[in-house]
Design a protein. Sequence first.
Length: 485
Amino acid sequence: MSTTIVRTPASRCEFGMAWTDITPQVGMYHRMWGAASHDRSTGIHRPLRATVVVMWSLDHSRQTVLVSLDHCLLRAPEMEALLSETCRLTGLSRSELLVTFSHTHSAGYLSRDRTDFPGGELIGPYLDSLPSKIAEAFRAAEANAQPATLTYGSTTCEMGCQRDYFDESRGHFVCGFNPDAAEPLPLNVVRVSVDNDVVATIVNYPCHTTTLAWENTLVSPDYVGALREVVERETHAPCLFLLAPCGDIGPRDGYVGDTSIADRNGRQVGFAALSVIAGMNPAETDHVYQGPVFSGATLGNWRHRRWSSERLASTATAKHAALTVPLPYLPSLPKLAEAEQLHRELIAAEQAARASGLDTEVAILRAKVERQRRLLDRIRPLPQTETYPLPAWGWQWGDAFWIAVEGEPYHFLQSELIRQFPNRPLIAITLANGTNCSYMPIREAYSKPQLYQPEVALLAPGTLETLTDVLGRQLSEWAGEENVR
């Protein structure tokens, strides 16, 4: 049967967005990479942002506040302090607040236990300043919140690529561009409009912000900075970037020190997003077949038709679910005391190599010390229980599903839910309120020799698939309720 109506996927809610500058002082501790030879930042490539989105259901029964920070992540103590102080300053409850990250690896490593490192004395004051800046942006977003229509569109973009690459000559995997598994990745765009004027955009794309790596000494939002610049220049409205599940995805052209490559990557994603916006239907319309027009040929006449009251009501649907998914730990996860002892041994070995002038060995051991230190950061906050209580969230905003999860799941989470719900826009968010669970690879990845993500994973094989099933059931429940109506 021929289709006569093409619906424009949309949500209607009260929406407000605002951002503020959170660029740290030059000279703050910056090292994010084990292979880096510097500690302090030496300059600014592009400024960093804290962006706040306020979303209310039109009946004001539910509020969601989404904060996105241009940082990589925060450890558990710093994350807890940020959430607590932000709630205190804004009056929000924990159930209303979600903090996520653009995941740039060039903003600085924000850990208070790095105080003794060069530039580390600046970390504490910087972290202390973030909640008040977030609260400032929240008040601005709250002040400009108004009934708005969110229109969804999607395309694909090949800037990112699968990054579980097998080094055949050495017989093991590395974390880097894998041309043997290259495929276009989903790029989802949200246009937020009021009376057909664009007031904000959202870009959701699954690719690690790791264009810039150990050679870069500048503070940078990585490709996200140029992405926003491209979109905002055309739309004259603020753009929010949300990182989609990408534990196994990174830039094709990445791990460099050249900031022009980061800008090029960002422009590629930004122009792809603009192509989606350019092709969107007018807000609150569907594309409807009008019938034939007899001309030199018999033409099919399609027009944009304003929504009916029933269609308007359906796009105002607002549902929310906060989930806790119990997931088993990795059986080989080391005990805390064992990990601390190995850390001490590696530090001693690095010091001995430095004293002996063994520069090559010093570089290797320095990276190993950093890797072990980060393992300690990951396992210290874990609850001493049989399973890890992983937090996840789901929303239905009109025609669209939104999900958010802690940690860094493989892209499978998003691709599988897209497969299950092909006719629904899906906005997928990672690193939500922390990353205590670390990476969540697919089951088969655990058997790949020396692959980074399973090496640093804390949860057992199969946990990503379990999480995907739980979220899929929640979304299916909502879809089923609509089918019943």
